[in-house]
Design a protein around this ligand. Structure first.
Ligand code: DGY
Length: 325
């Protein structure tokens, strides 16, 4: 009998999804709506098809206990085409014996590239400079126009020192930066960086960059007290998950000069639609729409690895990249 895989999207970058749909032993049932599916919509689809053995989902999809139950007793794996896994009820999956996998490794370098883009954009105030050019108000070269802060030679503090944090650290050495890191999930000492406790990292860093997953212990890891502990000339960068930062406190800190600037790719509420008034018009804030891993090659590699995880688990083999325990 054919096994069924529920894909939360009907098109995905690269050839991974086609590799799955072309298999003789697999039926792929795809959610074909626009936007992001609610768990109840996916549950209804899974039930209509008579249950599924695997769910192939994106990092921002929610996979809750109701969806896991609707998928039925054959469900073996929830495979995320993402590094982040905060949308999945991990406890409910474990209780049902369902493996959850994600796609570390393949996106680390691309996300580190974008992190450096944000560091440069926020510290050198590239958004405001570009906006003035586009608005047609650049009349004259001035010595005191659009002054930012240097990136080369700065101290970079990495909160989280997994694959992405280390990839950022490697880039920082090319900018002559001193690199510190603090990893809330345990000691990690290799790479060109010095491990320190969070208070020291916040006090000494010119740039604080976040590279931790969103969990109960990292939610609002950076709040009013942590922002006050940073230098007034500091820049906060977030390419991890919006919920790691208390966003309202960050916007206040930018407005009252507690810190110099921020570069954000992720937000507490996503997607934002037209609700972006707080992300525009602040010269110290450079904001992007969650594009950390968005290159053609990397997104294709993420889908490929997610499909490999589905095939491995359904084939009775260990998943290549299960979530860390
Ligand atoms: C990730 O891989 O976690 C990205 O943020 C996309 O979800």
């Amino acid at each position: 009998m054919k096994r069924r895989v529920l894909s939360t999207r009907d098109t995905l970058p690269g050839g991974g999804l086609a590799r799955l749909t072309s298999r003789a032993d697999t039926d792929v049932v795809s959610w074909a709506g626009t936007g992001k599916p609610e768990p109840a919509e996916l549950a209804a689809l899974a039930e209509r098809t008579g249950g599924v053995s695997a769910i192939l989902a994106l990092g921002n999809d929610r996979v809750d206990a109701g969806l896991l139950d609707a998928a039925g007793p054959e469900l073996r794996v929830v495979s995320l085409a993402s590094m982040g896994f905060d949308g999945v009820d991990r406890r409910a999956a474990a209780e049902r014996g369902v493996v959850v996998t994600h796609t570390p490794g393949v996106l680390a370098e691309t996300t580190a590239d974008l992190t450096f883009g944000l560091i440069l954009a926020a510290r050198r105030r590239l958004g405001a400079a570009r906006d003035s050019l586009h608005a047609g108000v650049w009349e004259l070269f001035r010595m005191d126009d659009h002054l930012g802060l240097d990136v080369h030679g700065a101290t970079l503090g990495l909160v989280g020192y997994g694959q992405i944090g280390r990839a950022v650290a490697r880039r920082a050495t090319g900018f002559g930066m001193r690199v510190l890191h603090h990893d809330p999930f345990g000691p990690a000492a290799d790479g060109p960086s010095t491990p320190v406790e969070l208070p020291r990292l916040l006090a000494e860093s010119d740039i604080v960059s976040l590279h931790v997953p969103l969990t109960d212990s990292t939610r609002h890891l950076i709040g009013p007290a942590e922002l006050r502990a940073m230098k007034p000339t500091a820049t906060l960068i977030n390419t991890s998950r919006g919920g790691v930062v208390d966003e309202a406190a960050l916007l206040r800190a930018l407005d009252d000069g507690t810190i110099h600037s921020a570069g954000l790719d992720v937000y507490e509420r996503e997607p934002r639609g037209a609700d972006v008034a707080d992300l525009t018009g602040r010269p110290g804030l450079f904001a992007l729409p969650h594009i950390g891993s968005a290159t053609e090659a990397t997104r294709a590699a993420m889908v490929d690895l997610a499909v490999d995880n589905v095939l491995d688990v359904l084939g009775g083999r260990p998943a290549r990249t299960p979530l860390p325990g």
